[in-house]
Design a binder for this molecule. Structure first.
Ligand SMILES: NC(=O)c1ccc[n+]([C@@H]2O[C@H](COP(=O)([O-])OP(=O)(O)OC[C@H]3O[C@@H](n4cnc5c(N)ncnc54)[C@H](OP(=O)(O)O)[C@@H]3O)[C@@H](O)[C@H]2O)c1
Length: 244
């Protein structure tokens, strides 16, 4: 099936990378797309791009009742893009309380897992389809200044592999995306080079079309990935100096 014949669902479509995914898929003339956000009123501009094919739905991925409500409406999905995520830019030890770490795990790991669990049978019913999980290059190495975010993305990276294995028998492709820094609100305070959201989106859509399972879009992600393959300890030490 080509991308334009897909029925997509994008989590966190209201801004950042999720909005870029939605805009690009709409521009490419996708058959149908469910754009989702915690506040669905923020999706109006996407709907205006093509009211016939763009369906807005409220979805907080940490709320099981929201997921069940979306499931009841979006039974024709063939491409699930698990984009929603949060980063509290918090250290593991050097912050008061454990709430940041819990929120990141609830969103980036449990929320994403819940979406995979909910939509696996839907994809199966629709012939197999594709799940894209937006992870991070910090899935591979801990950045202490965002220590708990890194942990949540490492958990999601492992989940991505396990889900891929479990769904291999139902013709569902599972694509893991490990970006470096992207120019969105999440990386507002990062002063180094950032990839444009649209470039990350194009790399992911190309990977789907080419049947590539693991995507490291952009120069930073490529450099860390290659460095990690050659000498994981050296990459750990390189990142270890960034303690908040
Ligand atoms: N930006 C980077 O440098 C970077 C690098 C590597 C990976 N990533 C990953 O890329 C993905 C997109 O992030 P971004 O850069 O676009 O960040 P962003 O601009 O902060 O956008 C995050 C999106 O996720 C949504 N979201 C957060 N918690 C949610 C929840 N519980 N349920 C539903 N939606 C939720 C947000 O909705 P609200 O508007 O309601 O908060 C927003 O739409 C994330 O998974 C992130 O971890 C980003």
């Amino acid at each position: 099936m080509t991308l334009t014949e897909s029925v997509a669902l994008v989590t966190g479509s209201n801004r950042g990378l999720g909005m870029a995914f939605a805009e690009r898929l709409i521009a490419r003339g996708i058959k149908k797309i469910y754009v989702t956000a915690r506040d669905a009123s923020l999706l109006e501009n996407l709907v205006k791009l093509n009211p016939n094919s763009v369906c807005p739905i409220t979805l907080d991925i940490t709320q099981q009742r929201h997921i069940e409500d979306v499931l009841s409406q979006a039974t024709d999905v063939t491409l699930l893009i698990n984009n929603a995520g949060c980063n509290r830019n918090a250290a593991l030890l050097g912050v008061a309380g454990i709430e940041n770490a819990r929120e990141e795990m609830e969103t980036n790991y449990f929320g994403t897992l819940s979406m995979c669990r909910a939509f696996a049978p839907v994809l199966k019913n629709n012939g197999g389809g594709t799940i894209v999980n937006i992870l991070s290059i910090l899935s591979l190495v801990n950045l202490p200044a965002s220590g708990s975010f890194s942990v949540s993305k490492a958990a999601a990276y492992s989940m991505n592999q396990g889900v891929r294995a479990e769904l291999s028998g139902q013709n569902t492709s599972v694509v893991g995306v490990m970006p470096g820094s992207i120019d969105t609100d999440m990386a507002r305070d990062f002063e180094g080079p950032k990839d444009k959201p649209v470039d990350v989106v194009d790399a992911v859509l190309q990977a789907i079309e080419d049947g590539i399972e693991d995507v490291y879009p952009g120069e930073m992600a490529q450099a860390v990935y290659q460095g990690h393959r050659q000498d994981a300890k050296a990459i750990e030490k390189e990142f270890a100096v960034f303690v908040s």
